[in-house]
Design a protein around this ligand. Structure first.
Ligand code: XMP
Length: 516
């Protein structure tokens, strides 16, 4: 881990749920930020030479045994530090202060009163509402610190040691509910740390293009294109850097949504003029899935056939050295979870980990420093259409896990039509971007209906739409009733073999987003 080209702010992660949010807020100030485990040594930090350090919050109490402490030599580096919540407390007790647990946990809004002017509080109103969430609080100030702002329940809410340029805040400036939070982070990063705000998407593109060219030289890169945001952006970026030295493989597994294969071909082969190997493997996938209904078995089979097809395509592509992957920053942040160590996840839908040894490619992962919203911004800059950049997530095994029960070409076709109508109605209502993910699922039951004078006995489908931040938890989306009404009426009228439509109102947990 060496010094990067840009000014860097290091976020030391003490296990807070908000560490990624802190890093993103810093990047919004056009300053590059990087999350590292709190165990990083002062020596390693010196090598990175950050302009500033932020200690994140964390779930532990500083007084409990074994609670995390950073390397104490960090305080001799002469680098500005901002401690947030647990970060403030740990900085306090390591510098002669005291932390205690008051009778009541404080959770929610509090009114912050500024007591003393400080570079950290520049341009922040004297009274603002901030978001607090803590058990412990600082009870006696650390050496050479002074109190610069308080709330009614917590005297030492913001403390400062201007000489060392060390600051601590008990509230969470990174959450949007904290008034003045963005300004406070800006004051720290720009005014106190003197970081140059020159991290931007254009500069990222420029440095990545140079780095891709330097890595690849005259060799060749293969990229598995799924039509999703990440692989599309990777392909567009690498193509911009090395043009014909990139070959993309798009596997049509017969489990895609309506129009998806055409969209990928139009955007990448026709518009971008990327070398695109299109593998029509529909029959291979459907044959392999015959008779399977267990969700994990379906996933395994889809994964295995994908590897087989991808291997064939890779051999066709000729002499390839690199395999491009859309790995993102949240996939590679070293976690301080009990398992520890770097947690690199290879995306399941391009899981090419199973390729034979003679196809041992070197991975090229140009998005590994970016958050998802930055990837979308990059996609826009590279000229990808909104239809791809703002696409809802779609699972690797595709419609296989949305076609419950027996998978046949006919049932997949039915599901594709239902899904297309549902998404079209959502778009028409202008709700697509308010929804994290919308999906239709075909159930393994039949229902009795009546159409004209005739009794029908046909398929049942469910519609599901959820809001979410990260797919870990989700709420069902509250549609205006007429949107569901239109979707339902069009589905039963336009899609042969469907006579009943349900709307799924289960949150996650306990329900998952997908049915399987
Ligand atoms: P669940 O259903 O677990 O899904 O709430 C969370 C998110 O992950 C997607 N998903 C998958 N993505 N391969 C993938 O690439 C899979 O096997 C898979 N299963 C679920 C799901 O669509 C949602 O966005």
């Amino acid at each position: 881990m060496g010094k990067s080209d840009h000014d860097t702010i290091l976020v030391l992660d003490f296990g807070a749920q908000y560490s990624q949010l802190i890093a993103r807020r810093v990047r919004e100030q056009h300053v590059y930020s990087k999350i590292v485990p709190y165990t990083i040594s002062a020596q390693e930090i010196r090598k990175i030479a950050p302009k500033g350090i932020i200690f994140s919050g964390g779930p532990m109490s500083v007084s409990s045994e074994g609670s995390p402490r950073p390397d104490e030599k960090i305080f001799s580096l002469g680098i500005p530090i901002l401690g947030i919540c647990y970060g403030l407390q740990v900085m306090s007790i390591m510098n002669g202060g005291e932390v205690k647990r008051p009778q009541k946990r404080e959770y929610g809004f509090a009114d912050l009163h500024v007591k003393k002017a400080s570079p950290l509080l520049k341009d922040i109103d004297e009274n603002v509402r901030v978001w607090m969430s803590h058990g412990d609080s600082v009870h006696a100030l650390p050496d050479s610190f002074e109190c610069i702002a308080s709330t009614d329940n917590c005297e030492y809410t913001v403390i400062a040691n201007d000489q060392s340029r060390w600051y601590g805040v008990q509230f969470h400036p990174e959450v949007v509910h904290s008034q003045g939070g963005t300004q406070l982070l800006r004051n720290f990063v720009i005014d106190i740390c003197k970081a140059t705000g020159d991290w931007s998407m254009e500069s990222f593109i420029e440095s990545q293009l140079a780095s891709i060219r330097e890595t690849v030289k005259d060799r060749h890169v293969l990229c598995g294109l799924s039509g999703g945001v990440d692989s599309s952006v990777v392909a567009a970026l690498i193509h911009k850097a090395i043009k014909d030295q990139l070959t993309c493989v798009f596997v049509n597994n017969g489990l895609l949504r309506k129009g998806e294969a055409d969209l990928v071909r139009t955007v990448f082969a026709d518009n971008f003029k990327i070398n695109l190997q299109y593998a029509d493997a529909e029959d291979q996938f459907i044959d392999a899935l015959k008779g399977l209904s267990d969700p994990e078995e379906k996933r395994k089979v889809v994964g295995k056939v994908f590897i087989d097809v991808f291997e064939q395509e890779a051999r066709k592509a000729g002499d390839i050295t690199f395999l491009a992957q859309g790995t993102l920053y949240p996939d590679v942040i070293e976690s301080i979870s009990p398992s520890g160590g770097p947690s690199v996840t290879i995306k399941s839908h391009h899981n090419v980990g199973g390729l034979p040894e003679d196809l041992a490619f070197t991975l090229l992962e140009p998005l590994r420093e970016l958050f998802k919203d930055e990837v979308r911004e990059l996609g826009k800059e590279l000229g990808l259409p909104d239809e791809i950049v703002y696409r809802h997530p779609f699972p690797g095994p595709g419609l296989a896990v949305r076609c419950i029960g027996e998978i046949t070409k006919e049932r997949l076709e039915t599901l594709r039509e239902i899904d297309a109508i549902f998404i079209e109605e959502i778009r028409k209502a202008g709700l697509y971007n308010d929804i994290w993910q919308a999906l239709a699922t075909l159930l393994p039951v039949k229902s009795v209906g009546v159409q004209g004078d005739e009794r029908t006995y046909e398929e049942v489908c469910t519609l599901r739409a959820v809001t979410s931040e990260d797919a870990m938890t989700a709420d069902w989306f509250q549609f205006p009733p007429q949107v569901l009404q239109r979707a339902s009426s069009r589905i039963v009228n336009e899609v042969v073999h469907v006579n009943r439509v349900l709307y799924d109102i289960t949150s996650k947990p306990p329900g998952t987003i997908e049915w399987e």
